[in-house]
Design a protein around this ligand. Structure first.
Ligand code: ZN
Length: 269
């Protein structure tokens, strides 16, 4: 199998709200026989530890990235590093912590914000350091990278859902409406990505609680969507996927040699 993969990481999106509010995603799921599997985040349900988990397969206790204040490069093998070392093209439109984990730490906005660097693990990037940088811009930056560089692995990582959750909590019109808005942005591009043969994974790092935080063990903090769209996925899949297996799933799709855990029964054939 050698597929191209787009990983959409909607920061701070709890599964229940995604299921209630993402009607366009539901439409594409039906049209393309996609599959909606939920996933439970590893602990603590915090951003930087779970970016590392999703992109390397290592749970926070294993990676040592246990809270958001740890500013250093990852010491784990990431999808970006595996893909680049095996001749694939990598790209990301993402929050600057992703640049810190896999390219340069600490983030230097002048040098690191807009990046074309063939020897970097993330070879083409647009990184932002503002929590209210518009999600629409994140999707547009990503689509620019996709059209310009034709990446094999593209990470798209908007922050406004998390940011709005911190201001208003998960049980708020504001939080739900930003999820609905991102559902529409996603719908601008999903059709063309699927028609171009991409395998698209939509998930989140962690959810959000009604107090406007996350980090704990509540269902709404840990339970996030895992939506798989593309012809490589088994539409009848009922597998229980661990968050630590999403990295390996991406590696399998990309056809990489790797030693990451990955879930059985999710892929066709
Ligand atoms: Zn947050």
């Amino acid at each position: 199998m050698r597929q191209k993969v787009i990983l959409v990481l909607l920061d701070g999106l709890c599964e229940q709200v995604a299921r209630e509010c993402m009607g366009s995603l539901g439409a594409w799921l039906k049209a393309y026989k996609g599959v909606w599997l939920g996933v439970q985040s590893e602990l603590p349900s915090l951003s930087r530890p779970l970016y590392e988990c999703l992109l390397t397969g290592a749970a926070p206790v294993e990676s040592g990235v246990l809270h958001n204040g740890i500013v250093r490069r990852s010491n784990q093998q990431s999808i970006f590093a595996l893909a680049r070392s095996q001749g694939r093209i990598t790209a990301a439109s993402a929050y600057h912590w992703v640049s810190e984990l896999y390219n340069h730490a600490p983030f230097d906005p002048v040098n690191d914000r807009l990046l074309d660097c063939p020897e970097c693990d993330i070879q083409h990037g647009v990184f932002y350091q503002w929590d209210d940088y518009p999600d629409e811009a994140v999707f547009l930056d990503a689509e620019m990278l996709r059209r310009r560089h034709d990446p094999d692995f593209l990470l798209i990582h908007p922050m406004n859902i998390d940011d709005t959750g911190h201001h208003y909590g998960s049980d708020s019109a504001q939080y739900r409406n930003v999820v609905r808005r991102d559902d529409i942005y996603l719908s601008y591009f999903l059709g063309s990505w699927l028609q171009a043969g991409y395998q698209v994974i939509v998930t989140a790092d962690h959810g959000m609680n009604r107090d406007g935080t996350h980090g704990g063990l509540l269902e709404e903090e840990r339970r996030v969507p895992l939506v798989l769209l593309g012809n490589a996925f088994n539409p009848d899949c009922k597998a229980k996927v661990a968050q630590t297996e999403i990295c390996g799933l991406c590696c399998e799709l990309l056809g990489l040699e790797h030693h990451k855990p990955f879930p059985g029964g999710v892929l066709n054939g």
